[in-house]
Design a protein around this ligand. Structure first.
Ligand code: GTP
Length: 574
């Protein structure tokens, strides 16, 4: 993101006069501030100025919004036949609904499960028993999931019972309607029961298919991330308030230079925050691997068994296997769960440009246009992947012996990839002694051609043995899957005390990046280069702090960020 310097609309070093919000209170506070600073005993800014402005600008809670008076209800458990179904109701008419469904019964004790017979009192042909053994729970506002009165009906889970209870509810009171998708969560957000980061994590939790996706999503639901960003935001706004008060004061008093200690304190705060943001950004990349899936590209020369391996790993015939070299012309991509990690596994066209054999013979058939395009796509795919599996294989050589067929370019790509594995297939084609001798030669080739892969273990497999089940170790394919899972764990691991950071979503990461950019701008204008002989520009510095704080506000949906509705729309679409 590029941020032009001095580009804030209406704000520049020369516009201090127009930016003044001079007030006696401000000046009084600034005097106290300066005196405190000079004595080195400055207390927390508890002056009238600070508190009033803190409440106005920095409060973590937005003004309460007014909602529609509607009471909403929905089936909270899945559609279909089950032992129990839960219908959740939220809004002001909860108790009216209870009184209508259980007309002669005593009031409910809040948060206690109570056995009740549910009756449709408004049925055309007289009161109709809906369920004689329902459990009813009442949660009074505001400490409920939505922040409103909530009523839960646990009824028998037959489709007819569910249908009858759902049909009876809107007849019980005015303004009762079926909930829109995500409306309970939306109300929870608007009533401050969840922040935006928690809402996003909830969406991720509900859409998690694999164990690791679930683990990443659950990290964000605690609210710990939201609290961190709110605290950073409050600190930035407070720092900005201090700088602005000082601007007003120094203008009144005709000071030319900002006091060094104030800038030092704020800069220390900014530096600490920059370090924290970088940690969060790095963790987000790891969390994104868990949520979005790890992209694996399988590359190698034609006919080494890429499609065979892919089919073994995914457990079905996803890719065509043939003796004909160059069968796979395009990328065949399959999503699968490998030991709890969501992965997308891509079989690619065989590379041919740099194909050779560790015994010295090379492939030299001409490449057609379609194959060339397939190879181009394969390269692209490998470059975009998180993990590259380079496949080589034992092949007969033209001289009548055996060598390991590999492609040099795939080794180079793997050397640049974030993570890579080297695998030699068709170990069944030669006896063990010959195989280990070939493997040694191949290791020497790897050391020479791709020194970065020197420490990467070379795994030996036989897709043929794995398919036939003729080998106790499944042709080494299970060990390869273990190795893949080990790599995934390494790519996504976080220290125990930083596990919550895995909950940082891509949207949040982008906002953190913007926040970091503004903080770096702050550093730039407060530490101008010596050659330029510039003064620190504290007017710009204060504005940059505000912009940084705005980015944090957008993460939690608090403050005055205007795009909360837009973000909620995107989240609830899911
Ligand atoms: N002996 C032996 N043959 C194998 C093994 N794995 C695969 N093959 C055979 O090698 C040939 C090529 O296999 P594929 O899986 O199509 O190879 P590929 O790398 O996808 O080939 P392209 O699509 O041409 O890039 C087929 O005849 C397979 O049966 C193995 O472990 N041992």
């Amino acid at each position: 993101m590029s941020i032009a310097s001095n580009s804030i609309p209406g704000v520049s070093s020369n516009s201090r006069q127009t930016r003044r919000v001079a007030s006696k209170t401000t000046a009084t506070w600034a005097v106290r501030f300066l005196v405190g600073t000079l004595r080195g005993t400055r207390a927390a800014p508890s002056s009238t100025y600070s508190l009033r402005n803190y409440r106005r600008n920095y409060s973590t809670l937005p003004a309460k919004q007014s909602f529609a008076e509607d009471t909403i209800y929905a089936l909270s458990t899945a559609q279909g036949r089950a032992g129990i179904a839960i219908i959740r109701i939220s809004g002001p008419a909860c108790l009216d609904i209870y009184r209508s469904l259980c007309p002669s019964k005593a009031p409910l004790k809040p948060r206690y499960a109570t056995l009740r017979t549910l009756i449709d009192s408004h049925a055309q042909d007289g009161p109709n028993v809906l369920d004689s053994d329902a459990i009813v729970l009442y949660f009074p506002a505001p400490k409920t999931v939505t922040g409103e009165d909530v009523l839960e009906l646990h009824v028998h889970g037959g489709p007819a019972t569910i249908k009858a209870v759902l049909a009876a509810i809107p007849k019980c009171a005015e303004g009762v309607r079926y909930a829109e998708p995500g409306e309970f969560t939306r109300r929870a957000f608007l009533n401050d029961r969840l922040d935006l980061a928690q809402v996003e994590s909830l969406a991720d939790t509900l859409s998690a298919d694999t164990e690791q996706q679930r683990r990443a999503a659950v990290r964000g639901t605690s609210g710990a991330l939201g609290r961190t960003y709110e605290s950073w935001r409050a600190q930035l706004l407070l720092a900005r308030g201090e700088i602005e008060a000082l601007i007003d004061f120094s203008e009144d008093q005709h000071f030319d230079e900002p006091p060094a200690e104030l800038l030092r304190n704020v800069t220390a705060l900014v530096d600490g925050m920059l370090r924290g943001i970088r940690h969060h950004e790095a963790a987000s990349a790891r969390g994104e691997l868990l949520r979005g899936g790890i992209r694996i590209a399988l590359v190698g020369p034609p006919n080494v068994g890429k499609s065979s391996l892919m089919n073994l790993v995914v457990g079905r015939e996803a890719s065509i296997v043939s003796v004909e070299a160059g069968t796979t012309r395009d990328i065949v991509e399959v999503s699968l769960d490998i030991r709890g990690y969501l992965c997308s596994f891509a079989d690619t066209a065989g590379f041919r440009g740099g194909s050779s054999s560790s015994s010295g013979s090379g492939a030299a058939e001409p490449i057609g246009i379609v194959e060339e395009e397939g190879i181009r796509r394969a390269k692209q795919k490998a470059l975009e992947s998180d993990l590259v599996v380079v496949l080589a294989a034992v092949e007969p050589t033209v001289e009548g012996g055996f060598g390991i067929a590999y492609d040099e370019e795939t080794l180079e790509i793997a050397a640049q990839a974030p993570e890579s594995l080297l695998v030699v297939n068709k170990r069944d084609a030669v006896d063990e002694t010959t195989f280990f001798a070939l493997l040694e030669k191949f290791r020497a080739v790897v050391r020479a051609r791709a020194p970065a892969l020197e420490k990467t273990e070379v795994m030996a497999i036989s897709c043929k043995e794995a398919q036939a089940g003729s080998s106790v170790d499944s042709g080494g394919v299970h060990a390869l899957t273990d190795e893949l899972a080990g790599s995934f764990a390494g790519m996504t691991s976080m220290p125990a005390d930083m596990q919550d950071l895995l909950g940082v979503t891509e949207r949040q990461r982008q906002l953190l990046e913007q926040c970091r950019n503004w903080l770096e701008e702050y550093r730039r204008v407060t530490q101008p280069s010596d050659q330029a002989e510039e003064e620190p520009d504290i007017v710009l510095a204060a504005e940059y702090l505000r912009y940084a704080a705005d980015c944090l506000a957008k993460i939690t949906g608090r403050g005055e960020s205007g795009d909360v509705e837009e973000v909620l729309g995107v989240i609830f679409e899911k």
